[in-house]
Design a protein around this ligand. Structure first.
Ligand SMILES: [Zn+2]
Length: 331
């Protein structure tokens, strides 16, 4: 087995024209988003804002452009690979995408954080779990007998904290075996070998700018001890608000679940699946192919929910990732 050294590393960063906004007293992220015809999610991604309510007067926000695109580039790799590129750093809960330049489709896989990710269409989508401690982690790219060692730098995201005040009878319903079985049902509805269905950024699944709980919020029952996090984005909408497919896909699951209530999952290919929970009504069937903008159902307050809202999430090979960047650009 040969190891390729992490030697010919060059950094390149693409510059984008930037427009900024200085936060004034009384302004909210929602109002600023409206002013610049953008979305709260886009502002959160561009400025790495976890909790949209935590704005400071005088804070300078980027209001256009793309998230940081500084890349590591490795040009000495086994043939037929000409170059490998991956982000210089990845925020907790985001994707580190390794891109391979080669004249043909390359076969192989990457070992990262105790999971194995295949090379698909000369890319590897590496989800960084939202609770992964900041640091530098190896990603071992295996190509037959060759191994290329890459390093993925994980940096902290800014996430809010939320202490759950569940009444004892509700807490008693959160039996670990039951939660695990339901998660397996959700993850199992995703065919990791399906070819890519999406092209370009995802659309928002619902017409609102009202995010009531962003991705990654740390949740705990007791004195601030983190034990879990919010796996998606919550949109506060009245019951009966239409929910649309954000991108083409195949319906993986459409049924009533115990915790998630009326649930739909969409399989977008390459191990990328989205989920829609707490629906009041579902209008799609498992196996059905949908296009971006097709109606999936209507929002509601079913399952373990404490008010009408849509929970929207995107998992990559089972690991929840922040949906917000997918609205700006999809890998
Ligand atoms: Zn949620």
């Amino acid at each position: 087995m040969r190891y390729w050294l992490f030697a010919f590393l060059t950094l390149c960063s693409l510059a984008f024209a930037q427009v900024t906004h200085t936060v004034q007293p009384g302004e909210t992220l929602y109002r600023i988003a409206k002013q610049y015809s953008t979305t709260v999610e886009a502002l959160q991604v561009l400025n790495q804002i976890g909790d949209p309510t935590q704005l400071r007067v005088g804070q300078v926000l980027r209001v256009s452009g793309q998230p940081s695109t500084a890349l590591n580039r490795l040009t000495q790799a086994p043939a037929p690979i000409e170059a490998l590129e991956w982000p210089r750093q990845t925020v907790q809960g985001h994707l580190a995408v390794i891109r391979i330049t080669a004249p043909q489709a390359v076969q192989g896989e990457v070992r990262f954080l105790n999971n194995t990710y295949p090379i698909q269409q000369n890319r590897v989508l590496l989800p960084v779990p939202a609770l992964q401690a900041p640091g530098v982690y190896p990603a071992l790219l295996r190509l037959g007998q060759d191994v290329v060692r890459l390093e993925v730098r994980v940096v902290a995201g800014s996430f809010g904290r939320f202490v759950l005040q569940l009444p004892p009878e509700r807490q008693a319903l959160l039996v670990p075996e039951r939660l695990r079985a339901e998660r397996l049902r959700v993850v199992g509805s995703c065919d990791f070998n399906r070819p890519q269905q999406w092209r370009g950024p995802f659309r928002k699944p619902i017409q609102t700018n009202r995010i009531t709980d962003p991705f990654g919020t740390r949740r705990s029952y007791d004195q601030g001890r983190t034990f879990s996090y919010h796996e998606g984005l919550d949109y506060g909408v009245p019951e009966g608000t239409p929910v649309y497919a954000p991108a083409p896909g195949v319906v993986g699951l459409a049924e009533r679940l115990f915790v998630r209530g009326g649930a739909v999952t969409l399989d977008h290919g390459l191990g990328v699946c989205s989920g829609y929970w707490h629906l009041s009504r579902i209008v799609v069937q498992p196996g059905q192919t949908v296009q971006a903008g097709d109606l999936l159902g209507y929002s509601g307050n079913t399952g373990l929910s404490n008010g009408p809202h849509l929970h929207f999430e995107i998992r990559v090979r089972g690991i929840p990732t922040n949906p917000a960047p997918w609205f700006l650009s999809a890998p």
